[in-house]
Design a protein around this ligand. Structure first.
Ligand code: UD1
Length: 441
């Protein structure tokens, strides 16, 4: 059905005090129709390959010990949790220890996923590069490496897997000081950060998402293209109706087929620019579209302020952070988000049409690259932050929600390029790495 008139938003005008200026040239839409139909197979990645002699099937490797080094933001922690979940499936008696930083996203995310977290002190490089804090960085780094060495020495892992965040750098360096410990790193972004580039010289294996990323690393033979490991909870089938009722328990209508749910995400930390654009838009959108529902993650830091500015509405679910983000994906018809690598991979894994607003604040500008790849591969609409306002966002949302056949095509396209077996493949290769280790190979 090509229904272009389902959703209408009065675009903000000068007469509307909450509106921002109308400017149709200030957004661009990068999507194209599917050239052929595809069969959608949402497969859960319980990939237990026995045919290549992987130790994933070898009970003699039971009891293996793995350290996951990850911290700072969800984009580094959740891929580590996805790998840990898959390790537990492949090696049920394995012992898994997360090493991260104190008082950070991992403090809640790791224990709530059922894993043990220990912390090491770590300091990140700040901008500008020449600053009193950065001058002390070498000293802090030595302290972090020594603390990491002690943790690793006590736990005696067979393998350390670094998934990024500034804490993973000293841990991976320390891993190399302990004889026989294998080191793997996983890069979520299409272009690697400096830390992973340095660590790639020391690592036994580097897991990447795209073929083109291999070119960015000096030792290409170490790179294995597996995709980003997405949590099982996100990949598994969840009924749309059940997920929607989780967020809107008192609205029976949310289950109706005509109801549309937009999920707004700001990455693991929240995004001010997205919050401001939404603030100027949400109420009018909800007033004019009785079938519209919005789940909006503001970020923890700005939640109180946003909560005080946003009017209550039975079709609006405002939240600082979702520990049940898998339910939001299941409920969604459209995701509006930053272009963090993990969120992009989750959008693909759940087959959601998306509008991406890449963060301009990343050092390597990798969210622009992530977003542009999403536009090419999955037809995501990309709006640059300097072109983002309530008007451009309203137009982009309307163009997708108002066209059922387009939504269907975007969904199929996303699922077609997703890599649902990434976590299982990574664990398969880790298994091989441990075999080498135990065989002295
Ligand atoms: C400021 C910063 O450091 N940004 C980087 C960080 O982003 P950030 O941490 O925002 O990264 P992503 O968008 O990649 O991942 C966010 C993760 O948090 C989870 N989540 C998010 C919101 C929520 O309410 N609940 C929830 O569980 C998502 O499911 C996802 O797994 O890591 C990404 C992956 O290396 C990079 O691409 C980003 O450029």
């Amino acid at each position: 059905m090509a229904a272009t008139n389902i959703f209408h938003f009065s675009l903000p005008t000068k007469s509307n005090p909450s509106a921002l200026p109308f400017n149709t040239s200030s957004y661009f839409l990068l999507s194209s129709p599917l050239s052929r139909s595809v069969k959608i197979i949402r497969c859960l990645s319980v990939h237990r390959s026995n045919d290549e002699g992987t130790s994933a099937s070898n009970s003699t490797n039971d009891g293996l010990r793995v350290v996951l080094a990850a911290g700072g933001t969800g984009g580094h922690i959740y891929p580590a949790i996805a790998i840990a979940d898959e390790l537990k499936l492949a090696f049920p008696t394995s012992q898994i220890l997360f090493l991260g930083t104190p008082n950070s996203t991992e403090s809640a995310a790791v224990p709530s996923a059922g894993y043990e977290l220990e912390t090491v002190p770590a300091t990140k490089l700040t901008r500008p590069l020449i600053s009193p804090q950065n001058l002390l960085l070498p000293l802090h780094l030595i302290k972090s490496v020594v603390a990491s060495y002690k943790k690793l020495h006590d736990f005696k892992p067979h393998v350390v897997i670094g998934t990024g965040g500034y804490v993973s750098f000293p841990i991976c360096l320390a891993a190399r000081l302990i004889h026989g410990v294998k080191l793997a790193i996983q890069e979520q972004n299409s272009v690697p950060g400096f830390a992973n580039w340095v660590l790639s010289h020391l690592a036994d294996v580097v897991f990447v998402v795209l073929n083109s990323t291999v070119e960015c690393f000096p030792r290409k033979k170490k790179c294995l293209v597996c995709g980003n490991p997405v949590r099982l909870a996100v990949r598994q089938y969840i009924s749309k109706a059940v997920a929607r009722l989780h967020f809107f328990p008192r609205s029976g209508k949310v289950e109706d087929l005509e109801a549309k749910v937009v999920v707004v995400l700001g990455g693991s930390l929240g995004a001010n620019a997205i919050n401001i654009a939404m603030l100027n838009l949400y109420y009018q959108m909800l007033l004019e579209n009785k079938n519209l529902y919005i789940i909006w993650q503001t970020g923890v830091e700005t939640f109180d302020e946003m909560d005080s500015l946003v009017k209550n509405h039975s079709h609006l679910h405002l939240t600082p952070f979702m520990h049940s983000l898998h339910l939001a994906y299941a409920a969604a018809d459209l995701v509006v988000s930053r272009a963090g690598a993990m969120t992009c991979s989750e959008i693909l894994a759940t087959g959601k049409p998306s509008i991406l607003i890449p963060s301009p604040y990343e050092d390597e500008g990798h969210q622009f690259r992530n977003a542009s790849i999403m536009a090419d591969m999955a037809g995501s609409t990309v709006i640059n932050e300097d072109e983002l306002d309530s008007t451009t966002l309203a137009i982009a949302i309307q163009e997708i929600l108002g066209d059922e056949s387009k939504m269907e095509a975007l969904s199929e396209r996303a699922l077609r390029v997703s890599k649902p077996n990434a976590a299982a493949e990574i664990v398969h290769h880790i298994g091989n790495l441990i075999n080498f280790s135990t065989n002295g190979g």
